[in-house]
Write a protein that binds this ligand. Structure first.
Ligand code: ZN
Length: 168
């Protein structure tokens, strides 16, 4: 199982770099990331969350093995509508908040065989993909909240910061 980095680990606020080559190491990482995501009962996990600053994430919003999705160098090419729903993050334990996202997205990425992949997503999957892509740009979900919502989670965020500085 991989160790999940938690806020305010600096790797979570860095821009991840594009993947140039899809090799055996990457495929191993993908498989380990799925295991780690299921263990943590998450629906998505981005490489920076396990300390790898590369543009890749794994997603499974259905819980079935055929719901598994790997996005390498993903780009949202179109986003429409607006939807608000609650989100949490394995890297921000104990914090949940409602986040405004696009309702529908069109994503372009590469799959683990190096094939180009086009995907239309809505609902939970669209939300999850937007959340994971934010991780690749060093952005966490609570940084998308408006002032009032951010105030509501401020204490929990502060606690994470204090715990990180002083693990004892
Ligand atoms: Zn997250």
């Amino acid at each position: 199982m991989l160790k999940i980095r938690t806020y305010p680990d600096p790797v979570l606020s860095r821009q991840a770099r594009a993947i140039r080559e899809i090799d055996r190491d990457l495929r191993t990482l993908i498989s380990e990331m799925f295991d780690t995501m299921y263990e943590g009962r998450g629906v998505g996990l981005a490489a920076p969350q396990v300390g790898e600053g590369i543009r890749m994430c794994v997603v499974n919003c259905t819980g079935d093995s055929d719901g598994e999705l790997v996005l390498i160098n993903p780009v949202i090419v179109e986003a429409t509508g607006e939807a608000t729903d609650e989100e949490g993050c394995l890297s921000v334990p104990g914090v949940r908040s409602k986040v405004i996202r696009s309702e529908r997205i069109h994503v372009r990425a590469y799959d683990p065989r190096g094939q180009e992949l086009e995907l239309e997503a809505d609902g939970l999957q669209a939300r999850c993909i937007q959340h994971e892509l934010d991780h690749l740009d060093g952005r966490l979900f609570f940084q998308r909240l408006n002032e009032a919502a951010r105030m509501a989670v401020r204490r929990q965020i502060k606690e994470l910061e204090d715990e990180y500085k002083d693990p004892a």
